[in-house]
Design a protein around this ligand. Structure first.
Ligand code: FAD
Length: 339
Protein backbone atom coordinates (compact mmCIF):
# COMPACT_ATOMS: atom_id res chain seq x y z
CA UNK A 1 0.00 0.00 0.00
CA UNK A 2 1.44 3.38 -1.02
CA UNK A 3 0.74 6.05 1.62
CA UNK A 4 0.53 9.75 0.79
CA UNK A 5 -1.18 13.00 1.75
CA UNK A 6 -2.39 13.96 -1.73
CA UNK A 7 -2.81 11.35 -4.42
CA UNK A 8 -2.66 13.06 -7.79
CA UNK A 9 -4.20 11.32 -10.77
CA UNK A 10 -2.48 12.60 -13.88
CA UNK A 11 1.14 13.68 -14.41
CA UNK A 12 0.32 16.50 -16.82
CA UNK A 13 1.50 20.05 -16.04
CA UNK A 14 -1.33 20.54 -13.51
CA UNK A 15 -0.53 17.36 -11.59
CA UNK A 16 3.20 18.10 -11.59
CA UNK A 17 2.81 21.68 -10.34
CA UNK A 18 0.48 20.43 -7.57
CA UNK A 19 3.49 18.65 -6.06
CA UNK A 20 5.30 21.98 -5.76
CA UNK A 21 2.41 23.87 -4.16
CA UNK A 22 1.69 20.95 -1.80
CA UNK A 23 5.39 20.70 -0.95
CA UNK A 24 5.41 24.32 0.23
CA UNK A 25 2.70 23.28 2.69
CA UNK A 26 4.67 20.17 3.72
CA UNK A 27 2.11 17.88 2.12
CA UNK A 28 3.50 14.74 0.46
CA UNK A 29 2.30 13.77 -3.02
CA UNK A 30 2.18 10.63 -5.11
CA UNK A 31 1.24 10.70 -8.81
CA UNK A 32 -0.42 8.01 -10.91
CA UNK A 33 -0.39 8.19 -14.71
CA UNK A 34 -1.50 5.72 -17.32
CA UNK A 35 1.32 6.80 -19.61
CA UNK A 36 4.92 5.64 -19.19
CA UNK A 37 6.25 9.18 -18.79
CA UNK A 38 5.13 12.46 -17.17
CA UNK A 39 3.95 15.53 -19.09
CA UNK A 40 0.39 14.71 -20.17
CA UNK A 41 -0.68 16.34 -23.44
CA UNK A 42 2.61 18.27 -23.68
CA UNK A 43 4.70 15.12 -23.91
CA UNK A 44 2.16 13.01 -25.73
CA UNK A 45 0.69 15.42 -28.26
CA UNK A 46 3.08 18.32 -28.86
CA UNK A 47 6.51 17.90 -27.22
CA UNK A 48 8.32 20.12 -29.73
CA UNK A 49 5.74 22.92 -29.98
CA UNK A 50 6.65 26.28 -28.41
CA UNK A 51 4.23 27.66 -25.79
CA UNK A 52 3.91 31.43 -25.56
CA UNK A 53 1.55 31.95 -22.62
CA UNK A 54 3.47 30.71 -19.59
CA UNK A 55 4.12 33.78 -17.42
CA UNK A 56 7.77 34.75 -17.42
CA UNK A 57 8.62 32.65 -20.47
CA UNK A 58 8.26 34.52 -23.78
CA UNK A 59 8.56 31.09 -25.39
CA UNK A 60 9.17 27.63 -23.96
CA UNK A 61 9.12 24.25 -25.70
CA UNK A 62 6.41 21.93 -24.32
CA UNK A 63 9.01 19.22 -23.59
CA UNK A 64 11.27 21.76 -21.86
CA UNK A 65 8.39 22.98 -19.69
CA UNK A 66 7.79 19.40 -18.51
CA UNK A 67 11.53 18.97 -17.79
CA UNK A 68 11.51 22.22 -15.81
CA UNK A 69 8.44 21.18 -13.81
CA UNK A 70 10.11 17.86 -12.98
CA UNK A 71 13.23 19.75 -11.86
CA UNK A 72 11.12 22.14 -9.77
CA UNK A 73 9.33 19.33 -7.87
CA UNK A 74 12.38 17.09 -7.39
CA UNK A 75 13.07 18.70 -4.00
CA UNK A 76 9.72 17.41 -2.67
CA UNK A 77 10.42 13.82 -3.76
CA UNK A 78 7.03 12.82 -5.12
CA UNK A 79 6.30 9.15 -5.72
CA UNK A 80 5.21 7.94 -9.17
CA UNK A 81 3.08 5.03 -10.31
CA UNK A 82 3.47 5.25 -14.09
CA UNK A 83 1.96 3.06 -16.78
CA UNK A 84 -1.03 2.33 -14.56
CA UNK A 85 -4.53 3.74 -14.80
CA UNK A 86 -6.40 4.72 -11.64
CA UNK A 87 -9.43 2.48 -11.84
CA UNK A 88 -11.42 2.50 -8.59
CA UNK A 89 -11.80 4.77 -5.58
CA UNK A 90 -13.10 3.81 -2.14
CA UNK A 91 -13.79 6.30 0.61
CA UNK A 92 -13.04 4.92 4.08
CA UNK A 93 -14.97 5.79 7.25
CA UNK A 94 -12.19 8.15 8.40
CA UNK A 95 -12.58 10.25 5.23
CA UNK A 96 -9.40 8.93 3.56
CA UNK A 97 -9.31 7.15 0.20
CA UNK A 98 -7.99 3.98 -1.39
CA UNK A 99 -7.34 4.29 -5.11
CA UNK A 100 -6.53 1.09 -7.00
CA UNK A 101 -5.00 0.92 -10.46
CA UNK A 102 -5.70 -1.49 -13.31
CA UNK A 103 -2.62 -3.43 -12.19
CA UNK A 104 -3.87 -3.72 -8.61
CA UNK A 105 -1.50 -1.16 -7.02
CA UNK A 106 -3.24 0.36 -4.00
CA UNK A 107 -2.72 3.93 -2.81
CA UNK A 108 -3.99 5.27 0.51
CA UNK A 109 -4.42 9.06 0.56
CA UNK A 110 -5.90 11.79 2.73
CA UNK A 111 -7.07 13.70 -0.35
CA UNK A 112 -7.35 12.94 -4.05
CA UNK A 113 -6.59 15.47 -6.79
CA UNK A 114 -7.89 14.41 -10.18
CA UNK A 115 -5.67 16.18 -12.72
CA UNK A 116 -6.60 13.77 -15.48
CA UNK A 117 -6.75 16.30 -18.34
CA UNK A 118 -8.67 14.88 -21.25
CA UNK A 119 -8.84 11.52 -19.48
CA UNK A 120 -6.68 8.49 -20.01
CA UNK A 121 -5.12 8.22 -23.42
CA UNK A 122 -5.98 5.02 -25.22
CA UNK A 123 -4.10 3.83 -28.28
CA UNK A 124 -5.87 4.03 -31.63
CA UNK A 125 -5.90 0.43 -32.74
CA UNK A 126 -5.83 -0.85 -36.31
CA UNK A 127 -8.88 -2.80 -37.44
CA UNK A 128 -7.38 -6.28 -37.54
CA UNK A 129 -9.38 -9.39 -36.79
CA UNK A 130 -6.88 -11.18 -34.52
CA UNK A 131 -5.58 -8.04 -32.82
CA UNK A 132 -6.89 -8.66 -29.31
CA UNK A 133 -5.65 -12.28 -29.38
CA UNK A 134 -2.05 -11.17 -29.92
CA UNK A 135 -2.10 -8.28 -27.41
CA UNK A 136 0.72 -8.95 -24.92
CA UNK A 137 1.78 -11.85 -27.19
CA UNK A 138 3.74 -9.71 -29.63
CA UNK A 139 1.59 -6.61 -30.05
CA UNK A 140 2.54 -3.50 -28.08
CA UNK A 141 0.98 -0.04 -28.30
CA UNK A 142 3.65 1.76 -26.26
CA UNK A 143 7.40 1.34 -26.05
CA UNK A 144 7.64 1.19 -22.30
CA UNK A 145 11.06 -0.43 -22.07
CA UNK A 146 13.12 -0.40 -25.29
CA UNK A 147 15.27 -3.25 -23.92
CA UNK A 148 12.34 -5.63 -24.48
CA UNK A 149 13.07 -5.28 -28.20
CA UNK A 150 16.81 -5.96 -28.00
CA UNK A 151 17.84 -8.39 -30.77
CA UNK A 152 14.20 -8.88 -31.81
CA UNK A 153 12.54 -8.38 -35.19
CA UNK A 154 10.16 -5.45 -34.93
CA UNK A 155 7.52 -4.07 -37.29
CA UNK A 156 6.38 -0.52 -36.54
CA UNK A 157 3.34 0.97 -38.31
CA UNK A 158 2.43 4.66 -38.50
CA UNK A 159 3.43 7.91 -40.12
CA UNK A 160 3.74 10.39 -37.25
CA UNK A 161 6.46 11.42 -34.81
CA UNK A 162 6.07 8.39 -32.52
CA UNK A 163 6.50 5.92 -35.38
CA UNK A 164 9.53 7.81 -36.73
CA UNK A 165 11.16 8.39 -33.33
CA UNK A 166 10.86 4.77 -32.22
CA UNK A 167 12.08 3.51 -35.60
CA UNK A 168 15.22 5.64 -35.18
CA UNK A 169 15.71 4.59 -31.55
CA UNK A 170 15.09 0.87 -32.04
CA UNK A 171 17.32 0.71 -35.15
CA UNK A 172 20.28 0.47 -32.74
CA UNK A 173 18.66 -2.03 -30.40
CA UNK A 174 16.52 -4.43 -32.39
CA UNK A 175 17.84 -7.11 -34.73
CA UNK A 176 15.58 -5.86 -37.52
CA UNK A 177 13.21 -2.89 -37.81
CA UNK A 178 10.58 -2.45 -40.55
CA UNK A 179 8.54 0.74 -40.72
CA UNK A 180 5.24 0.29 -42.54
CA UNK A 181 3.23 3.34 -43.59
CA UNK A 182 0.33 3.64 -45.99
CA UNK A 183 1.74 6.74 -47.70
CA UNK A 184 5.16 7.59 -49.04
CA UNK A 185 5.11 10.88 -47.08
CA UNK A 186 5.36 11.09 -43.30
CA UNK A 187 3.64 13.60 -40.99
CA UNK A 188 6.51 13.81 -38.48
CA UNK A 189 9.33 16.31 -38.01
CA UNK A 190 11.45 16.83 -41.11
CA UNK A 191 14.62 16.01 -39.22
CA UNK A 192 13.20 12.61 -38.16
CA UNK A 193 12.02 11.86 -41.71
CA UNK A 194 15.55 12.53 -42.96
CA UNK A 195 17.07 10.30 -40.29
CA UNK A 196 14.70 7.45 -41.21
CA UNK A 197 15.59 7.86 -44.89
CA UNK A 198 19.31 7.68 -44.03
CA UNK A 199 18.75 4.53 -41.95
CA UNK A 200 16.96 2.99 -44.90
CA UNK A 201 19.72 3.99 -47.34
CA UNK A 202 22.36 2.45 -45.08
CA UNK A 203 20.33 -0.78 -44.84
CA UNK A 204 19.73 -0.44 -41.08
CA UNK A 205 15.94 -0.50 -41.42
CA UNK A 206 13.32 -1.57 -43.97
CA UNK A 207 11.00 1.20 -45.11
CA UNK A 208 7.80 -0.39 -46.41
CA UNK A 209 5.62 2.22 -48.17
CA UNK A 210 2.94 2.66 -49.35
CA UNK A 211 1.70 -0.39 -47.50
CA UNK A 212 -0.65 -1.47 -44.76
CA UNK A 213 -0.65 -4.31 -42.25
CA UNK A 214 -3.78 -6.31 -43.10
CA UNK A 215 -3.38 -9.49 -41.04
CA UNK A 216 -1.39 -11.11 -38.26
CA UNK A 217 0.05 -14.59 -37.98
CA UNK A 218 1.51 -16.94 -35.43
CA UNK A 219 0.47 -19.90 -33.27
CA UNK A 220 0.57 -18.99 -29.58
CA UNK A 221 2.48 -15.79 -30.08
CA UNK A 222 2.82 -13.42 -33.02
CA UNK A 223 5.46 -14.45 -35.56
CA UNK A 224 4.65 -12.23 -38.50
CA UNK A 225 2.44 -9.62 -40.12
CA UNK A 226 0.88 -9.70 -43.55
CA UNK A 227 1.08 -6.48 -45.48
CA UNK A 228 -0.64 -5.30 -48.62
CA UNK A 229 1.51 -3.27 -50.99
CA UNK A 230 0.20 -2.21 -54.41
CA UNK A 231 -2.42 -4.97 -54.36
CA UNK A 232 0.10 -7.72 -53.46
CA UNK A 233 0.29 -9.52 -50.11
CA UNK A 234 3.68 -10.10 -48.43
CA UNK A 235 4.71 -11.58 -45.09
CA UNK A 236 7.14 -9.81 -42.78
CA UNK A 237 8.39 -12.21 -40.10
CA UNK A 238 8.64 -10.50 -36.73
CA UNK A 239 8.60 -10.96 -32.97
CA UNK A 240 6.80 -7.68 -32.26
CA UNK A 241 4.28 -5.48 -34.06
CA UNK A 242 3.98 -1.92 -32.71
CA UNK A 243 1.10 0.04 -34.29
CA UNK A 244 1.64 3.73 -33.45
CA UNK A 245 -1.48 5.47 -34.77
CA UNK A 246 -1.81 8.03 -32.00
CA UNK A 247 -3.79 8.14 -28.80
CA UNK A 248 -7.43 8.97 -28.15
CA UNK A 249 -8.32 10.60 -24.86
CA UNK A 250 -11.21 8.98 -22.94
CA UNK A 251 -12.57 9.94 -19.52
CA UNK A 252 -12.03 6.28 -18.66
CA UNK A 253 -12.70 4.67 -15.29
CA UNK A 254 -13.13 8.05 -13.53
CA UNK A 255 -16.54 8.29 -15.20
CA UNK A 256 -17.75 5.57 -12.78
CA UNK A 257 -16.59 7.20 -9.55
CA UNK A 258 -19.92 8.85 -8.69
CA UNK A 259 -18.66 12.32 -9.63
CA UNK A 260 -20.92 14.92 -11.18
CA UNK A 261 -19.99 14.97 -14.85
CA UNK A 262 -20.97 17.56 -17.43
CA UNK A 263 -19.89 17.20 -21.06
CA UNK A 264 -17.09 14.76 -20.24
CA UNK A 265 -15.66 17.01 -17.49
CA UNK A 266 -15.99 16.96 -13.69
CA UNK A 267 -18.06 19.70 -12.08
CA UNK A 268 -16.26 21.53 -9.28
CA UNK A 269 -16.83 24.32 -6.81
CA UNK A 270 -14.77 27.04 -8.44
CA UNK A 271 -15.86 29.74 -6.02
CA UNK A 272 -13.86 28.00 -3.30
CA UNK A 273 -11.39 25.22 -3.90
CA UNK A 274 -12.15 23.04 -6.95
CA UNK A 275 -13.65 20.31 -4.80
CA UNK A 276 -16.03 17.86 -6.48
CA UNK A 277 -19.32 16.55 -5.12
CA UNK A 278 -17.25 14.00 -3.10
CA UNK A 279 -15.63 15.75 -0.12
CA UNK A 280 -11.87 15.34 -0.24
CA UNK A 281 -11.81 14.67 -3.99
CA UNK A 282 -10.72 17.65 -6.08
CA UNK A 283 -10.57 18.08 -9.87
CA UNK A 284 -8.09 20.52 -11.40
CA UNK A 285 -6.81 21.40 -14.86
CA UNK A 286 -8.45 20.38 -18.12
CA UNK A 287 -10.57 17.66 -16.46
CA UNK A 288 -12.84 20.07 -14.57
CA UNK A 289 -15.62 22.38 -15.61
CA UNK A 290 -17.24 25.50 -14.12
CA UNK A 291 -18.67 28.71 -15.55
CA UNK A 292 -15.98 30.50 -17.54
CA UNK A 293 -13.54 27.55 -17.52
CA UNK A 294 -10.49 27.88 -19.80
CA UNK A 295 -8.42 24.84 -20.71
CA UNK A 296 -4.99 26.42 -20.37
CA UNK A 297 -1.86 25.36 -18.53
CA UNK A 298 -1.72 28.49 -16.40
CA UNK A 299 -5.35 28.00 -15.30
CA UNK A 300 -4.40 24.50 -14.11
CA UNK A 301 -1.50 25.97 -12.11
CA UNK A 302 -3.85 28.46 -10.43
CA UNK A 303 -6.42 25.79 -9.60
CA UNK A 304 -3.70 23.51 -8.16
CA UNK A 305 -2.51 26.32 -5.88
CA UNK A 306 -5.94 27.07 -4.41
CA UNK A 307 -6.72 23.37 -4.05
CA UNK A 308 -3.56 22.73 -2.01
CA UNK A 309 -4.55 25.47 0.43
CA UNK A 310 -7.95 23.80 0.84
CA UNK A 311 -6.39 20.37 1.44
CA UNK A 312 -4.07 21.90 4.04
CA UNK A 313 -7.01 23.48 5.89
CA UNK A 314 -9.01 20.26 5.68
CA UNK A 315 -6.17 18.18 7.12
CA UNK A 316 -5.19 20.75 9.74
CA UNK A 317 -8.47 22.12 11.05
CA UNK A 318 -8.02 25.19 13.20
CA UNK A 319 -4.29 25.48 12.37
CA UNK A 320 -3.60 28.80 10.75
CA UNK A 321 -1.35 28.72 7.70
CA UNK A 322 0.41 31.98 7.01
CA UNK A 323 0.99 32.40 3.29
CA UNK A 324 4.64 33.13 2.58
CA UNK A 325 6.46 33.76 -0.63
CA UNK A 326 8.81 30.98 -1.69
CA UNK A 327 11.74 33.38 -1.14
CA UNK A 328 10.68 33.66 2.50
CA UNK A 329 10.14 29.91 2.92
CA UNK A 330 13.84 29.39 2.30
CA UNK A 331 13.54 26.67 -0.35
CA UNK A 332 15.78 26.12 -3.30
CA UNK A 333 18.79 27.85 -1.81
CA UNK A 334 17.03 31.15 -1.15
CA UNK A 335 18.11 32.79 2.07
CA UNK A 336 14.63 33.94 2.98
CA UNK A 337 15.23 37.63 2.44
CA UNK A 338 12.81 39.71 0.40
CA UNK A 339 14.75 41.42 -2.35
P1 FAD B 1 -3.11 16.68 -19.30
O1 FAD B 1 -1.94 17.39 -19.86
O2 FAD B 1 -4.13 16.18 -20.25
O3 FAD B 1 -2.58 15.46 -18.42
C1 FAD B 1 -3.48 14.56 -17.85
C2 FAD B 1 -2.77 13.25 -17.54
O4 FAD B 1 -3.67 12.43 -16.79
C3 FAD B 1 -2.40 12.44 -18.78
O5 FAD B 1 -1.02 12.16 -18.73
C4 FAD B 1 -3.24 11.15 -18.66
O6 FAD B 1 -2.54 9.99 -19.10
C5 FAD B 1 -3.49 11.07 -17.17
N1 FAD B 1 -4.71 10.32 -16.79
C6 FAD B 1 -5.98 10.56 -17.16
N2 FAD B 1 -6.83 9.69 -16.59
C7 FAD B 1 -6.06 8.86 -15.84
C8 FAD B 1 -6.34 7.75 -15.01
N3 FAD B 1 -7.58 7.30 -14.79
N4 FAD B 1 -5.29 7.12 -14.40
C9 FAD B 1 -4.02 7.55 -14.60
N5 FAD B 1 -3.70 8.60 -15.38
C10 FAD B 1 -4.71 9.24 -15.98
N6 FAD B 1 -2.28 25.29 -23.32
C11 FAD B 1 -1.62 26.45 -23.06
O7 FAD B 1 -1.73 27.00 -21.96
N7 FAD B 1 -0.81 26.99 -24.02
C12 FAD B 1 -0.61 26.43 -25.24
O8 FAD B 1 0.12 26.95 -26.09
C13 FAD B 1 -1.28 25.19 -25.52
N8 FAD B 1 -1.12 24.56 -26.72
C14 FAD B 1 -1.76 23.38 -26.95
C15 FAD B 1 -1.56 22.72 -28.16
C16 FAD B 1 -2.18 21.51 -28.43
C17 FAD B 1 -1.95 20.83 -29.74
C18 FAD B 1 -3.05 20.94 -27.44
C19 FAD B 1 -3.73 19.64 -27.71
C20 FAD B 1 -3.26 21.59 -26.22
C21 FAD B 1 -2.63 22.82 -25.96
N9 FAD B 1 -2.81 23.47 -24.75
C22 FAD B 1 -2.13 24.64 -24.50
C23 FAD B 1 -3.68 22.94 -23.70
C24 FAD B 1 -2.83 22.26 -22.60
O9 FAD B 1 -2.05 21.23 -23.19
C25 FAD B 1 -3.73 21.71 -21.51
O10 FAD B 1 -4.44 22.76 -20.93
C26 FAD B 1 -2.88 21.01 -20.43
O11 FAD B 1 -2.18 19.91 -20.97
C27 FAD B 1 -3.77 20.52 -19.30
O12 FAD B 1 -2.95 19.93 -18.35
P2 FAD B 1 -3.50 18.83 -17.34
O13 FAD B 1 -2.35 18.48 -16.46
O14 FAD B 1 -4.75 19.33 -16.73
O15 FAD B 1 -3.91 17.58 -18.25
Amino acid sequence: MIETDILIIGAGPTGLFTVFEAGLLKLKCHIIDGLPQPGGQLTELYPKKPIFDIPGFPSVGAGDLVDNLMEQIKQFQPGFTLNEVAETIDKLDDGTFIVTTNKGTKHHAKAVAIAAGLGSFEPRKPQLEKLSYYEDKGIEYFVKDPEVFRDKRVVIAGGGDSALDWTIYLADIAKEVSLVHRRNEFRGALDSVEKVQKLKDSGKIHLVTPAEVVDLKGDDTLDGVIIEREGEHEIIDCDYFIPLFGLTPKLGPIANWGLEIEKNAIKVNNALDYQTNIEGVYAIGDINTYPGKLKLILCGFHEATLMCQSVYNRLNPGKKYVLKYTTVSGINGFDGSRK
